[in-house]
Design a protein around this ligand. Structure first.
Ligand code: HEC
Ligand code: HEC
Ligand code: HEC
Length: 442
């Protein structure tokens, strides 16, 4: 039958295009399994490779994402919240039955570069292989040496809770076909070796953009707005490019101190998922952190003169009177709460950063300040670090809203936040406790 109407012809045209797309995708859907190999022994690797692997693993946050309790390192089971549902990290200890003990180095390399498990299953990009694809062969070998020499632990994979149709793994092949680039990091010959090292680490192993870059509805990082501010586990990861909301613009030196030591006098301390990133960076060679800081410091381009003038004026003001003057007669309710609940630790600013300098109050959303107030600040399970109490039991939703509005208007020059009430309700419902009990079978 020949298509007669325009409608029929169009239908046939689109069907053909669809079939062709499916055909191309099919070639990518079916990935062959790698054979099981004998679990490598420590003597199969040099100590040098294992040590390098340890440092790379820290920069890649491998342990952070694959660990729930420090008594079961790399055993997986950590829940990652995504717009498509909850995905659990897997056991990457060299246990043969439940971990990756039977994986060859080729299988391991394919998982990092292409997001395909040993048995050919497609993996979700919650595992940031779209960044790890940029790793060199040598770095992947070192990571393999390190991971395969950890203690094997038996811990079964937890079932994901992902909404239809995203729970159909073969669909990931189409996602990869469209969005996964296997291009290695392209060094810029006009830049220094240190900058290029920083770029390799930031774009690849460090996967900083996985949190700091906004994503499309399909979870794809928007390349044209790289480092324009993203979301991670309900937290806002602020922009690091020209859109950075930091009241005092970042430079390489302050970035280095923040990333290395976890506190910078002009910007404050990391909270939420960033505190784990920083804890990991405190364990890697300082030169790598310097290179990361240098690369990040150039994302925003040269500092515009008006931004420079504004930040200098703010700094002069804060230095001249670091202590807030209490408004005894006509204080708003939010201000009263501030003096009752917060000032003890945050005023005078001996403890942390003066609030006027903290990026927290200048961010586009109130996500982080609400999370800090409701969950407090606690170091990850089993680690030391600064502690701020949770106010979830002592402040009502209405009081938190008043406090948050007061903080925004006092410590930022940005317009008021919206949707504060719904965000407080949402945060109350989430579990803010650091990951705890282990899933390991003893
Ligand atoms: C942001 C969290 C995150 C980080 C960081 C991360 N992973 Fe994963 N990884 C996951 C998740 C989630 C999965 C499971 C994906 C799935 O089930 O589709 C996974 C799966 C894997 C797998 C496949 C295991 C299997 O049983 O199929 C390997 C291997 C792996 N990760 C190694 C690593 C290494 C090595 C690093 C560090 C360089 C790392 N991961 C960093 C979240 C992460
Ligand atoms: C798992 C998600 C995640 C990853 C990965 C991540 N960050 Fe962050 N980052 C955040 C969040 C969330 C914040 C906000 C923390 C806060 O409010 O204290 C943040 C804050 C920051 C800040 C402070 C910004 C400001 O103006 O206050 C810098 C700088 C930063 N990150 C750099 C990096 C670099 C460099 C990397 C890669 C090595 C990285 N981040 C990887 C989530 C992440
Ligand atoms: C018992 C002491 C204590 C109290 C009370 C307290 N905090 Fe904190 N707060 C801390 C510590 C410690 C930190 C981490 C160090 C830092 O960032 O200054 C912190 C950090 C913060 C940060 C992150 C600042 C940054 O960018 O580095 C915010 C925002 C914050 N607190 C808000 C509040 C608010 C709002 C209140 C009142 C409801 C409050 N805090 C009460 C101890 C406290």
């Amino acid at each position: 039958m020949r298509p007669r109407t325009v409608k029929q012809r169009r239908f046939l045209f689109f069907s053909a295009a669809l079939l062709m797309a499916l055909g191309i995708a099919a070639a990518r859907i079916i990935r062959l399994p790698f054979f099981e190999v004998a679990t490598p022994q420590r003597s199969d690797f040099t100590q040098q490779a294992i040590d390098l692997g340890a440092r790379l693993s820290a920069i890649g946050n491998c342990e952070t994402c694959h660990t729930v309790s420090i008594s079961a390192r790399f055993a997986g089971g950590r829940a990652l919240q995504t717009p498509f549902g909850t995905i659990y990290s897997t056991n990457i200890t060299p246990d043969r039955g439940t971990g990756i003990g039977a994986w060859s180095e080729d299988a391991f390399r394919r998982s990092l570069r292409e997001g395909v498990a040993r048995d050919g299953t497609h993996l979700y990009p919650a595992f940031p292989y779209d960044h790890f694809a940029k790793l060199t062969d040598a770095d992947i070998s070192a990571l393999y040496a390190y991971i395969m020499t950890r203690q094997p632990l038996r811990a079964k994979r937890l079932g994901n809770d992902i909404m239809f149709p995203f729970n159909i793994r073969p669909l990931l092949a189409g996602w990869k076909l469209l969005y996964l680039s296997a291009r290695p990091f392209q060094p810029d010959p006009a830049r220094t070796a240190e900058w290029n090292r920083g770029g390799y680490l930031v774009e690849g192993l460090g996967h900083c953009g996985a949190c700091h870059t906004p994503r499309t509805m399909l979870g794809v990082e928007i390349a044209s707005d790289a480092f324009g501010g993203g979301e991670a586990d309900g937290w806002h990861a602020p922009a690091l490019n020209v859109k950075s909301p930091a009241p005092i613009p970042w430079d390489a030196q302050h970035l280095f101190v923040y990333l290395r030591e976890g506190f910078d006098g002009l910007h404050g301390a990391p909270a939420g998922p960033m505190s784990e990133v920083v804890r990991n960076l405190s364990r890697v060679p300082a030169e790598d952190v310097r290179a990361i800081a240098l690369y990040i410091s150039t994302l925003a381009g040269p500092l515009p003169p008006d931004r420079k003038a504004q930040s200098e004026a703010l700094l002069a003001k804060v230095m001249a009177s670091p202590v807030l003057v209490r408004n005894e007669t006509s204080a708003s309710r939010g201000e009263e709460i501030y003096w009752g609940a917060c000032s003890e630790c945050h005023e005078p600013s001996s403890l942390g950063v003066p609030f006027a300098l903290s990026t927290t109050f200048s961010q586009p959303t109130a996500y982080n300040v609400i999370r800090i107030i409701l969950h407090g600040i606690r170091p990850p399970h089993g680690h030391a670090g600064p502690i701020m109490p949770s106010f979830s039991g002592s402040l009502t939703d209405a009081q938190i809203a008043e406090l948050v509005n007061y903080l925004r208007s006092t410590f930022s020059s940005q317009p008021p936040w919206t949707n504060i009430d719904s965000e407080i309700a949402r945060t109350r419902n989430e579990d803010g406790s650091p990951p705890s009990p282990s899933v390991v079978e003893k």
